[in-house]
Design a binder for this molecule. Structure first.
Ligand SMILES: NC(=O)c1ccc[n+]([C@@H]2O[C@H](COP(=O)([O-])OP(=O)(O)OC[C@H]3O[C@@H](n4cnc5c(N)ncnc54)[C@H](O)[C@@H]3O)[C@@H](O)[C@H]2O)c1
Ligand SMILES: O=C(O)C(=O)C[C@@H](O)[C@H](O)[C@H](O)COP(=O)(O)O
Ligand SMILES: [Zn+2]
Length: 353
């Protein structure tokens, strides 16, 4: 059974969730003569299968794995390969992998000839529930996470749950951080499902995880359908990310995104509570559910000053004013503008070990 979740807006498309979805690719590629397939080494054989079914002339491009591939230098190498293959505006870029590869593939597609068609074939939990949906594409630079990129919606998204069978357990857990984020900002049934059976939530072959994927994709689809370019509502998807991205930068992008976001969610919940906006129980529920699935919830006390300066380049900041997504209650996200440093430090004390 394939579930189709529609993403609306000026450039609508569907997210397909199911099993054995490779056969859906030709429909998304259309009559393109050339397809570039970007992938990293762990996904080589899956990328080869995708290349075979595409029915087009394929340029395979193997990129460094995980965040090491999400750089301007790697993007430039991809542009060179597209140039050498004579890629035109009717050709298509396909990214086969987790969020890092699909963010890169989307960015290469957005920038090549000022924008060509692209399709993420998402293979990680985090990629399925978040990175492949919504058209945010980009790369990291030394100054910060995802600071260079473009909004470039895909032609469609394939979330083949069969791929999760080979995803390392740590990466599956990392993906649950974004699923839990969706639970707190919009769909509390997600939290009840995980709390009810945390083991089932991490079982790649089970129905609970499938329901979690579909629910999280629906949360994201509803938001990006009305606010592709993050002029308002879309900011809620950044819950936990202001500190999370600062941690990733401090760790030079060696931490898993979902792990950093998990710590960031604890911080955001503390900030919400300490600013008088969130009740104690909902705040405490963050730590409980994140720890239940084995996600990290602490970070070094001594790094606060460095993290604070990294947070100043967060995309939600306006000039010198920091802005955070907080909760005014379960599934009631809001914005906290310009909190004073003592409040931020107090919230960080709840994360610091
Ligand atoms: N564009 C967006 O809206 C958006 C949203 C959320 C996250 N992101 C980005 O996504 C990235 C994180 O994505 P991620 O958690 O998928 O990490 P990732 O892409 O680094 O993948 C994690 C690891 O899992 C491996 N892997 C992926 N699928 C596999 C499979 N089926 N079998 C075996 N190994 C597999 C990868 O090769 C990698 O080693 C970050 O860069 C983050 O910034 C983007
Ligand atoms: O899609 C969004 O919007 C999000 O904020 C989802 C986040 O989970 C994701 O990590 C995104 O890449 C962060 O975007 P950024 O604009 O803060 O870099
Ligand atoms: Zn994220």
């Amino acid at each position: 059974m394939v579930t189709r979740i529609h993403v609306g807006g000026d450039r609508p498309y569907d997210v397909l969730v199911g099993r054995d979805l490779a056969g859906e690719l030709p429909g998304l590629i259309g009559d393109a003569a050339r397809v570039a397939v970007l992938y990293s080494a762990p996904l080589r054989s899956r990328a080869e299968r995708i290349a075979e079914v595409s029915g087009a002339r394929v340029t395979p491009i193997e990129v460094p794995d995980a965040e090491r591939g999400k750089t301007v230098e790697v993007a430039a190498r991809c542009w060179d390969e597209l140039g050498a293959a004579g890629f035109t505006r009717t050709d298509v870029v396909v990214g086969v992998g987790g969020g890092a590869v699909t963010d890169l593939a989307g960015f290469v597609a957005a920038s090549w000839l000022r924008g060509v068609r692209w399709v993420p074939v998402s293979t990680s939990l985090l990629g399925m529930v978040d990175a492949s949906v919504g058209g945010k594409t980009g790369v990291n630079i030394a100054a910060g996470k995802n600071l260079v990129g473009a909004f470039h919606p895909p032609a469609g998204v394939l979330c083949d749950l069969d791929a999760l069978a080979t995803l390392p357990a740590d990466d599956l857990t990392a993906g649950l951080a974004e699923v839990i984020k969706c639970g707190f900002i919009a769909d509390p049934a997600i939290l009840s499902l995980i709390e009810g059976d945390p083991k089932a939530a991490a079982d790649p072959g089970g129905d609970v995880l499938r329901e979690l994927v579909e629910r999280a994709v629906r949360v994201k689809a509803e938001v990006v359908s009305v606010d592709l370019k993050e002029s308002g509502l879309r900011e809620i998807l950044n819950y936990g990310h202001t500190l999370g991205h600062a941690i990733e930068k401090r760790e030079r992008y060696t931490w898993k995104h979902g792990h950093a976001i998990s710590v960031g969610l604890i911080f955001a919940a503390a900030l919400s509570r300490l600013s008088g906006r969130l009740d104690d129980a909902t705040s405490a529920r963050h730590r409980a559910v994140l720890e239940m699935v084995g996600l990290p919830t602490a970070y070094g006390q001594e790094f606060w000053d460095e993290l604070l300066s990294a947070m100043r380049v967060d995309k939600k900041a306006r000039a010198d004013t920091l802005r955070f997504v907080v909760l005014d209650g379960l599934a009631k996200p809001g914005i906290l503008t310009g909190p004073d440093e003592d409040l931020l430090r107090a919230a960080y004390a709840e994360v610091a070990r």
